[in-house]
Design a protein around this ligand. Structure first.
Ligand SMILES: Cc1cc2nc3c(=O)[nH]c(=O)nc-3n(C[C@H](O)[C@H](O)[C@H](O)COP(=O)(O)OP(=O)(O)OC[C@H]3O[C@@H](n4cnc5c(N)ncnc54)[C@H](O)[C@@H]3O)c2cc1C
Length: 384
């Protein structure tokens, strides 16, 4: 009798570990092997931008060691192991010179940070923070400095700006947009967040870009396209993420903006599934926790014998800028309607209404942020 090939999950981020936990609720026996390029320590990635606010360093943000996770989940964990290819025909993962057979394969290998190629000799001062190991390296380097420049004014850039001010660092944010968090927040709410971040001491340089980063003393000098210069000890690059699709594409699996899956999270290859930051689920790329939790629940059922499609519900995004608490549920793209705004200084309640008056999205800041739950009930789900 040949041994049963395991379910193999690639990635031990929130997606991989949530899926393994959900599978074990239905099935304690099927062998599961988890493969990860990193150290496999369990942590909650959204907490990386709250270290100073919560007075936690990288160790403080770690939730459980790999041994604890392997024990709790009844899985075999292979850390510091990078997948280099997939052989869908043979039902095997390629790990350099090694191969690993699977009965079902789940790709939960996240998204890559976008790295700008900039002129200058100061690149070793530039950090991207997309996992706990990145954060550890950043905090170690930060022990030497007091000034941080952040490239990008999206959710991650703004959250780090707030958190670093809470840690008493000098913070400059540089971004090409004319508002913070463009595409996520309507301008009125974005301006409220920016104003409160400025009140906290963050310096914004919007509608410009960094052209070069040169060494200057112990730190660097950033030269901006608008002629300004910013001095900093360290630079955070927070200019965006791109779902990891390369290895899937090379294996002949369909990809779009992410690894293309239907609502049962099935890729175009038999017995291969994808979820989390790497996946494009029925046309949606959602780089957030609530969608991946919903995917983990439904995929666990599918993998244990009950094919189940994911249903998302309404999923507001909380923005962790404690100087201006903010929640947003963006309206679907290309839908007709208008923003209706109630405003008192930086307290903003913006409702996106259809022509018929139905609420299709919202953004709430400051004292209105507490209304997020009630408003979420009025917004139609992404797909139910
Ligand atoms: C600073 C920050 C704040 C955030 N705040 C929020 C928030 O407030 N709310 C929210 O909803 N979302 C937030 N997000 C987004 C959210 O954290 C992510 O959507 C989620 O953590 C993605 O999890 P994942 O498991 O899909 O990917 P990841 O956590 O990136 O995990 C990918 C895993 O795959 C492994 N891997 C990659 N390539 C390979 C390979 N070739 N071989 C083997 N292993 C591989 C990696 O080592 C890792 O274990 C935030 C993100 C950041 C960076």
């Amino acid at each position: 009798m040949t041994e049963q090939a395991p379910i193999v999950i690639v990635g031990t981020g929130l997606s991989g570990y949530s899926l393994a936990r959900e599978i074990r609720k239905h099935d304690k026996a099927t062998p599961i092997v988890m493969v990860t390029a990193d150290d496999g320590v369990s942590y909650s990635k959204p907490m990386l931008s709250t270290g100073f606010t919560k007075a936690k360093d990288a160790d403080g943000l770690a939730q459980a060691s790999t041994d604890t996770m392997a024990d709790q989940l009844g899985v075999q964990l292979r850390t510091f192991t990078t997948v280099t290819g997939i052989d869908p025909e043979a039902h095997e993962l390629i790990l350099g010179d090694d191969r690993l057979g699977y009965s079902k394969l789940v790709l939960a290998w996240g998204a890559d940070v976008i790295r700008l190629s900039l002129a200058g000799d100061g690149q070793e001062h530039v950090f991207s923070i997309n996992d706990l190991m990145d954060y550890r390296a950043f905090r170690k380097a930060l022990a030497e400095g007091k000034r941080v420049a952040i490239m990008g004014a999206g959710l991650i850039g703004c959250e780090f700006a707030n958190d670093l001010r809470n840690g008493d660092y000098e913070v400059d944010v540089i971004a090409p947009s004319d508002v913070v968090m463009p595409g996520l927040l309507p301008a009125v709410a974005a301006n409220a967040v920016q104003e409160e971040l400025e009140n906290l001491g963050v310096h914004f340089h919007l509608e410009t870009v960094v052209e070069r980063i040169d060494r200057a003393g112990q730190g660097v000098r950033l030269t901006l396209a608008n002629g300004e210069a910013v001095e900093a000890d360290l630079v955070i690059s927070a200019v965006g993420l791109r779902p990891r699709t390369g290895l899937a594409e090379a294996a002949g699996i369909e990809t779009g903006r992410g690894i293309a899956v239907n609502r049962a999270l099935e890729t175009s290859a038999r017995d291969i599934y994808a979820m989390g930051d790497c996946a494009e689920v029925d046309g949606n790329v959602l780089l957030y926790v609530l969608p991946l939790m919903a995917c983990a629940r439904s995929l666990a059922k599918t993998l244990t014998g009950e094919r189940t499609e994911v249903s998302y519900g309404t999923m507001p995004v909380m923005i962790k800028t404690p100087c201006c608490p903010t929640a947003v549920c963006p309206p679907p793209p290309d839908v007709a309607g208008d923003w209706e705004v109630e405003q008192d200084g930086t307290d903003v309640k913006a409702l996106f209404r259809s022509k018929e008056g139905k609420i299709l999205g919202f953004a709430v800041t400051g004292r209105f942020a507490v209304e997020k739950q009630a408003l979420s009930k009025e917004v139609p789900p992404i797909h139910s």
